[in-house]
Design a protein. Structure first.
Length: 328
């Protein structure tokens, strides 16, 4: 399988594998113009074939968990792999993160990009209907990483696509990210049960360790006595993003790393339905990350839909969504 390199006029460079559409490297400058790779990843394409931690990969058919590996649609009950305790996680035993995507390089006014296509056959991992998925990565000269998701089905199904990169803005091998400063445009979050399944409640973040409406260090309250932090082993929760009006992109989140001066912003689409940003963190050990066994932590955010935590696609229906990450 091949990997591809995208680069903009400012020297930002992204390396992408056809396996899982995984972003293996993302090199960006600090305030002094020194470049560092700010995503966690594996050494080689072969390592991605073995799977593990979903580092930098595309996720599907369904990002996040489905309780008990079962869902019903149009009167039919579908049983999926239970690869996360009793639950189904990130598409199952062999999700989109392990798929061989067909890649095509593109370029346009102010960007270089990659189109990734994959057909998920009906019955794959237990999901109904053929699903044709097209994901486009664009690296712009404005230091934006634009991700566009499109999916078309020939039978009613569920889909929740996302991208699973973990970031460390100080550099992938620099250690913990607990001093990174996070701001979230979210007045509420969704609590989870012991299996990390949303309970269905939507709770205000005010006065809790989940209040990132003003920028503060990720680790400031991560060790607080809080049942939700204990269940998540830290932050592994959905935050309900605020929205103003339908249409366009709107500020969702930002992370700032003071030593390098790097900032990452997320601009999700503002649609008529509510969207969520799932924030989580990971300790990289014992995953082999970029040539060394390191105790490193990266943060991730993954755009999702909170409307019953899924999009129902009808036969012949197409869904599309875009999100934008900006490095400053």
């Amino acid at each position: 399988m091949n990997d591809y390199t995208l680069e903009n006029t400012n020297g930002l460079r992204m390396r992408v594998s056809e396996i899982g559409g995984a972003v293996m490297e993302l090199h960006v400058p600090d305030r002094f113009g020194r470049f560092a790779d700010v995503v966690l990843g594996h050494d080689s394409v072969e390592a991605y074939k073995a799977g593990g931690a979903y580092l930098g990969a595309l996720i599907g058919r369904y990002g996040n968990r489905i309780a008990n590996g079962t869902f019903s649609l149009d009167g039919n009950v579908y049983h999926l792999a239970t690869n996360n305790g009793v639950n189904h996680l990130h598409g199952g035993d062999s999700g989109f993160d392990l798929a061989a995507w067909k890649a095509e390089t593109i370029s346009g006014d102010g960007f270089s990009g990659l189109i990734l296509n994959y057909r998920s056959q009906g019955g794959e991992e237990g999901y109904p209907g053929n699903l044709d998925v097209r994901v486009t990565y664009k690296l712009t000269n404005e230091n934006e990483w634009i991700i566009e998701y499109e999916a078309t089905t020939d039978k009613p199904t569920v889909v929740n696509l996302t991208q699973h990169s973990y970031f460390n803005l100080a550099g992938h091998d620099s250690g913990l990210i607990l001093d990174h400063e996070l701001e979230l445009n979210a007045d509420a979050m969704t609590p989870v049960n012991g299996g990390l399944i949303p309970t269905g409640e939507i709770l205000p973040v005010a006065g809790s360790p989940f209040d990132f409406r003003s920028s503060r260090a990720i680790g400031k309250e991560i060790a607080a006595e809080d049942v939700q932090l204990k269940r998540g082993g830290g932050y592994d929760h959905n935050f309900v993003l605020n929205k103003k009006t339908a249409g366009g992109l709107e500020f969702g989140a930002s992370v700032y790393e003071s030593a390098s001066g790097r900032t990452l912003e997320m601009l999700p689409p503002n649609r008529v339905y509510n969207s969520t940003a799932e924030i989580s963190w990971m300790e990289a050990s014992p995953v082999r990350v970029k040539q060394s066994m390191v105790v490193a932590v990266g943060f991730a955010w993954r755009l999702s839909i909170i409307q019953i935590r899924r999009i129902n696609l009808l036969s012949r229906q197409r869904a599309s969504i875009q999100e934008r990450l900006i490095v400053r």
